[in-house]
Design a protein around this ligand. Structure first.
Ligand code: PLP
Length: 395
């Protein structure tokens, strides 16, 4: 069997998205900035895509800024809010401990440049508390940035309440919605978001394209200087085919969201039930307030890396921690933030299901993980000590 269970890392492009982009890679290659009709055809395709993307998240077309993906959108949102804040002498930012590195590393840079950042803890359920966020706000807070849904443990934050609070206090609110857009309902008006990041390859569009929603009237600073594309907010000839494909993928995902989410959540819960039968294992993150396709477990007494390699031998693509940290020996900052100790955080497994995942695949995954965990524990010194009564089980 060949099972792709790493949809939080990236997704397969939908046929609709592939079909939509092809003409802009072949026939209609004109530069959107050119004045002749052939170039204007590309320009029109971009503007049509902008309207589609805007409609899918409850925004206006001019509030959509196309980027190279989620990382760039996060960088630009945070940099823009910081620059805007600094002009008014406001240099305090509120975020949380489980953000994606695109957010965390940008914040770390800003700290070196004289900003102060409060990283809210998350509780063991992987969720930020609105009261704690309210208590962290100050007179000089220029930005709150809290992700919509976590890429590792799938937990969904109380975005609407956070947005309402920030709006009431007159503080800019950005949310990294890369894992949410196309998977769960996102509406920038209802969520009171001032800025929101998304990435096409997480909802069956192509890699290397995404967007930043910027509420009307909010100033941005460009990360890339050059031509006047994107109304001066991002220079560089537009990725026309990518933008067109992203819009097609998003429209399709949003159109099938309810049915896909319901089906995927049922499979997710079947997988969670199956893996819970493994002794000394635990689900990471709230079992309910999580993305329909996310399953993340810790297994005591094993190494996540070996688990992944053996699952790969069985044809299963999975991950441990985020794609950025796998390969390094540091345990995931997200698992540490929800209180998993180093040893346990090392034995983690993330399985993220997609729209095409089947029940047979889920049952095969459960069977395979059970076998592999038992096998690895068979020669784990940590496990041997635990069952010999030296040291105590944590999970
Ligand atoms: C994937 C991801 C990103 C980065 O998006 P890219 O388009 O790959 O740059 C940012 N934030 C979250 C939560 C993600 O899952």
């Amino acid at each position: 069997m060949n099972i792709y269970a790493d949809n939080a890392a990236t997704t397969a492009m939908s046929q609709t998205a592939v079909k939509a982009m092809l003409p802009y890679l072949t026939e209609y290659y004109g530069n959107p900035s050119s004045l002749y009709a052939f170039g204007q055809r590309s320009k029109e395709a971009i503007e049509e895509a902008r309207a589609t993307v805007a409609k899918c998240i409850g925004a206006e077309p001019r509030e959509i800024l196309f980027t190279s993906g989620g990382s760039e959108a996060d960088n630009q949102a945070i940099r823009s809010a910081a620059a805007h804040g600094a002009r008014k002498g406001k240099r305090h930012i509120v975020s949380d401990a489980i953000e994606h590195h695109a957010v965390l590393h940008t914040l770390k840079k800003l700290e070196k440049e004289g900003f102060e950042v409060t990283y809210l803890p998350v509780h063991s359920d992987g969720i930020v508390r609105v009261e704690e966020l309210a208590a962290a706000l100050r007179e000089d807070t220029c930005l709150v940035t809290v992700m919509y849904a976590n890429n590792e443990i799938g937990t969904i934050q109380p975005i609407r309440d956070i947005g309402a609070l920030c709006r009431e206090r007159g503080i800019l609110f950005h949310t990294d919605a890369v894992q949410a857009v196309g998977h769960i309902p996102v509406n920038v008006a209802e969520d009171h978001a001032d800025m929101l990041s998304a990435s096409a390859h997480k909802f069956h569009g192509p890699k290397g394209v995404g967007f930043l929603y910027v509420r009307r009237g909010i100033p941005t600073v460009p990360l890339i200087e050059g031509g006047a594309q994107e109304r001066g907010r991002r220079a560089g000839t537009e990725n026309v085919a990518g933008i067109v494909a992203m819009a097609a993928a998003l429209e399709e995902s949003v159109g099938h969201m309810a049915e896909n989410a319901e089906k995927t959540a049922m499979l997710r819960d079947r997988l969670i039930r199956g893996l819970t039968e493994i002794p000394h294992s635990a689900l990471n993150g709230d079992p309910r307030k999580r993305l329909p396709g996310n399953v993340n477990f810790c297994f005591e007494g094993i190494e996540g890396e070996s688990l992944l390699l053996l699952l790969d031998d069985k044809g299963i693509c999975a991950s441990s921690g985020s794609a950025c940290t796998s390969g390094s020996l540091d345990p995931s900052h997200v698992l540490l933030a929800i209180g998993r100790v180093h040893d346990v955080a090392h034995g983690s497994l993330r399985l993220t299901l997609g729209d095409n995942t089947t029940e047979e695949e889920i049952d095969y995954i459960i069977q395979s993980v059970k076998e592999v965990v038992t096998y690895l524990r068979g020669f784990s010194p940590v496990w041997r000590d635990l069952i010999a009564g030296k040291g105590s089980f944590i999970l």
